[in-house]
Design a protein around this ligand. Structure first.
Ligand code: PLP
Length: 378
């Protein structure tokens, strides 16, 4: 019995997306070629672009396909910074994914940018009062503000509408990789400048994402070459992945209500089988499928291996560098100390998660936690 509870890392491709990808792989024609074959592939790509635009409430020309969510985040942070040469301040939330944090830090180290991180409450929600004070004091120095729609470790949903309101004329980028197709997202309605999405979190293929970027906005080219994607991101378009991405959007099988009900069952069960466990971000609005749990007196990497031994895939949520588990910057920002931030696991449920999966996980957790506590005590 193998139980997959790591859907926030990646979720299985849905069958219609696999079929669409296979059909596209069998077609010939570079979407930039002018002959009939090329135009046919181009038509597939443009139809896919329209599907994604409709799902987000943006114009098709605002969808720029990229090789990943990571690439779109890098493009947004660097592009918006470079586009405002008279402004030197980058503002991001303290709980951003590394694909936002690291390009921001890179700009500090290599381009002399100044970076300010917006703190979060103990529930994991960005502190809008801090942002409002910062914008009031130094708004004319800020090149870009980036706040994610929902956090990938805790699932905590962020008040993006309020962030945009506070930002006024300052461009806001939103990493919506975890939220897209899970909770309503209206790019134009929110008034965002830029947004990031990624196919493999919604039942599409790995290695394809999109940067949603305001139509009138000119950004420096990130890749130079054939001039594709508004000359921002040159490179032959990955038509099979793009088509499959759009199919994952149209054939979406994610049911937020049933995923939320399973998560509730899981967390109610955790309260029974591990009464000292703490569910991070529980008091905030969260995505339906993510449950981040601190098991006091344990080491998360050991817990993870024990869970794996019971054929359950879950995650520590935090980055792992060369096999060394670093404390989660997200949990630390929420007020955990290093010990708390290294004794937490992320369970993430998806469209294919069943009640049986949850029951099995709950049946093994008491033993796993007891073993991890015993090992930690040694
Ligand atoms: N942003 C968030 C919030 C994520 O969770 C992820 C993936 O884990 C990414 C960005 C990176 O997306 P990709 O895997 O497509 O590079």
């Amino acid at each position: 019995m193998s139980i997959y509870l790591d859907h926030a890392a990646t979720t299985p491709m849905i069958e219609p997306a696999i079929d669409a990808m296979q059909r596209s792989l069998r077609k010939i024609g570079n979407p930039s070629s002018l002959h009939t074959d090329g135009r046919s592939t181009r038509k597939d790509v443009e139809e896919a672009r329209e599907v994604i635009a409709r799902a987000l409430g943006c114009a098709p020309s605002e969808v720029i396909f990229t090789g990943s969510g990571t690439e779109a985040n890098n493009a947004a942070i660097k592009g918006l910074f470079w586009n405002a040469p008279d402004k030197n301040l980058i503002v991001v939330s303290a709980i951003e994914h590394h694909a936002v944090l690291d390009p921001a830090h890179w700009l500090v180290e290599h381009e002399g940018a100044e970076l300010i991180e917006i703190p979060v409450t103990s529930a994991g929600v960005v502190d809008c009062d801090f942002l409002a004070d910062l914008v009031a004091a130094r708004g004319n120095e800020i090149a870009v503000i980036s706040v994610m729609a929902a956090n990938n470790e805790t699932g905590v949903i962020q008040p993006i509408d309020r962030v945009v309101e506070i930002a006024g004329n300052i461009p806001v980028h939103c990493d919506a990789v975890q939220s897209f197709m899970k909770v309503p997202l209206d790019y134009a309605g929110l008034g965002l400048f830029a947004m990031t999405i990624s196919a493999h979190k919604i039942g599409g293929p790995l290695g394809i994402g999109a940067l949603i970027l305001r139509r009138a906005f000119e950004m420096p080219a990130l890749l130079h070459g054939g001039g594709q994607e508004r000359e921002i991101r040159s490179g032959t378009l990955n038509a099979p992945s793009i088509v499959a991405f759009a199919t994952a959007v149209t054939e979406n099988i994610y049911n937020a209500t049933s995923v939320a009900a399973l998560r509730e069952k899981f967390e109610a069960g955790i309260a029974q089988v591990a009464p000292d466990a703490q569910i991070n971000g529980q008091s905030a609005a969260r995505l339906p499928g993510i449950s981040n749990i601190t098991f006091p007196g344990t080491q998360a990497d050991f817990l993870l291996l024990l869970m794996d031994g019971k054929e359950i895939s879950c995650s520590t949520g935090a980055a792992c560098t060369a096999g060394v588990h670093r404390p989660s910057h997200v949990l630390m920002a929420m007020g955990h100390d290093e010990i708390g931030a290294t004794s937490s696991l992320r369970f993430s449920l998806g469209a294919t998660t069943t009640a049986g999966d949850i029951e099995y996980a709950l049946s093994v957790i008491p033993d796993v936690v007891a073993m991890a506590k015993a090992a930690n005590a040694l």
